[in-house]
Design a protein around this ligand. Structure first.
Ligand code: ADP
Length: 493
């Protein structure tokens, strides 16, 4: 007789339930899939492989829980979200360990950077909810009152590069707004979503308000975004998948927010602090380059190209690549063999087309498995695939420019528009150039400074819509204007 699949995996000694979380219950699927660790390729867990019936059950649970949660006073919703944040803080170490084993990003970043921000996502949107103002204005004695009505069940689809960070960046405002949620985490990093479900239940979030649907994108994900009961879809992932999601959303006219990829530039002007510029450039290898915001195109003014490159290569040589659990490691593995092969394909084709690898240019020979060497390619043309397409790995290109106009033209010369970074010592230039860049976020002499009050999203192929601050509530709410006549008003004359 076949053994029933186990429903709990032990990951770094942390028990993780491998089933869905639907309506406050753990729900198994007949089929499972194996989740592997990118650190050493070892199997971590057998995860429930959801499909149409589990997606329907999750949306049903979210729909059933919606009226009560939507009617829960704002202050109470905010209190529960703060309790979820407390729960995240209490389990920070477990979450950090499981996330690192599951997606291979650095344990030290999870501990110090990511997990505090995960808790902050809940606290921020809980507090922001309480500050949301109902706009009121007058039309010939009639009052207009704009209210933020919750929209209904939300489908949230997240990628594997920052699983808990991106899930909670969507969950927190969706729940704060009074919606209920079905989260479909990426199949390559499904584990921390399950822990979050435990934490939310422990914090008193009512059953059905947050549901976690596990499974493959083409199965569980597709069934979820195609479900007519879903009232919002927020998706972070690749452009190719976004097309499917947007088409599914179109079938029911479900409002959709798409946060997609990038091919962001780092512009280094001759008047920049070149040490800072080189630091910023090397920072782009964080998370093995698997960051949508990464400035993967270094655009350097010709006069300082050699000086910049010297500083860059010195720093890159000091990067330590290896086990992401080690405190000393700077660059861990890529997420999956398919991803490594994809990255290497881009690099091979670029080299074949005449690019030169100043550093890197292939997988790490010593570490085996999924580690790709930090790579910098020069001698690349603006229309080359390596300059135009998102690699999502530790691969940067370097191009030079002479004038500011040329820099802006190169920077804007892809179909993406997610972010841009400008290194310059001239604040006027910084402002002037930022004004001309097509990007959702522009950083000057810094990188990755993110404030939850700011709008976040991309232009062109980098996405549709903005989330963050009040913009998240704009997306997750149905805004309503109620117009009331003055006392004693008669409309006939
Ligand atoms: P990547 O190519 O970087 O792995 P994807 O965009 O394919 O990124 O994946 C991001 C998320 O989208 C994952 O949770 C994945 O399961 C999900 N997904 C993939 N295909 C679909 C689909 N057809 N419908 C809905 N979600 C999908």
């Amino acid at each position: 007789m076949a053994r029933p699949p186990t429903t709990t995996a032990l990951v770094a000694d942390v028990p993780v339930d491998t089933r869905h979380w639907i309506g406050g219950h753990r729900v198994a699927s007949a089929a499972t899939f194996t989740d592997h660790s990118p650190i050493d390729g070892a199997p971590l867990a057998e995860i429930a492989r959801g499909g149409a019936s589990e997606a329907a059950a999750a949306v049903g649970a979210a729909a059933a829980a919606f009226p009560d949660w939507a009617a829960t006073p704002r202050a109470e919703r905010a209190r529960v979200l703060h309790a979820v944040a407390d729960g995240v803080d209490k389990r920070r170490e477990d979450l950090a360990l499981v996330e690192t084993h599951d997606n291979g990003a650095l344990l030290r970043s999870h501990r110090r950077g990511v997990l505090p921000r995960v808790a902050h996502n809940f606290r921020f949107f809980a507090d922001r909810l309480l500050e949301l103002e109902h706009a009121e204005f007058d039309t010939r004695g009639h009052t207009n009152r704009v209210s933020w009505d919750p929209a209904g069940p939300c489908a949230l689809i997240t990628p594997w590069n920052a699983p808990l960070m991106l899930a909670t960046w969507k969950i927190a405002p969706a729940l704060a707004a009074g919606n209920t949620v079905v989260l479909k985490p990426a199949e390559w990093s499904p584990l921390t979503a399950s822990l979050l479900a435990d934490i939310a239940a422990g914090a008193g979030l009512p059953p059905g308000v947050l549901n976690v649907l596990q499974g493959y994108g083409a199965e569980a994900g597709d069934a979820l975004v195609s479900h007519p009961g879903v009232r919002r879809i927020s998706f972070t992932g690749s452009v190719a998948t976004a097309r499917h999601v947007a088409a599914a959303a179109a079938a029911h006219l479900t409002p959709v927010s798409l946060e997609l990829g990038g091919k962001s530039p780092l512009l280094v002007f001759a008047d920049a602090d070149l040490d800072l510029a080189a630091d910023l450039a090397v920072e782009q290898y964080d998370n093995a380059g698997q960051v949508c915001l990464a400035a993967t195109r270094l655009l350097v003014q010709s006069a300082v190209a050699d000086a910049f490159l010297r500083r860059f290569t010195e720093r890159a040589a000091r990067l330590r690549q290896g086990d992401p659990r080690e405190e000393a490691t700077d660059i861990g593995p890529t997420i999956h063999r398919r991803q490594l092969e994809r990255i290497d394909g881009f690099v091979r084709r670029a080299l074949d087309a005449g690019a030169r690898a100043v550093i890197g240019g292939g997988p790490h020979p010593g570490l085996g498995g999924l580690y790709y060497r930090p790579t910098l390619l020069t001698d690349v043309a603006q229309d080359a695939e390596i300059v135009q397409e998102e690699v999502f790995g530790p691969v940067l290109t370097l191009q030079t420019f002479d004038t500011e106009d040329e820099a802006v033209a190169l920077a804007n010369g892809t179909r993406f528009g997610l972010a841009a970074t400008v290194a310059t010592g001239d604040r006027e230039r910084a402002r002037r150039v930022a004004d001309r860049l097509v990007a959702g976020t522009v950083w000057t002499n810094c990188f990755f400074v993110r404030d939850l009050r700011a709008p976040f999203g991309g232009s062109r192929r980098s996405g549709i819509g903005r989330e963050g601050g009040t913009w998240s509530f704009d997306f997750y709410c149905d805004l309503k204007n109620t117009v009331t006549a003055p006392e004693g008003w008669t409309d006939h004359g």
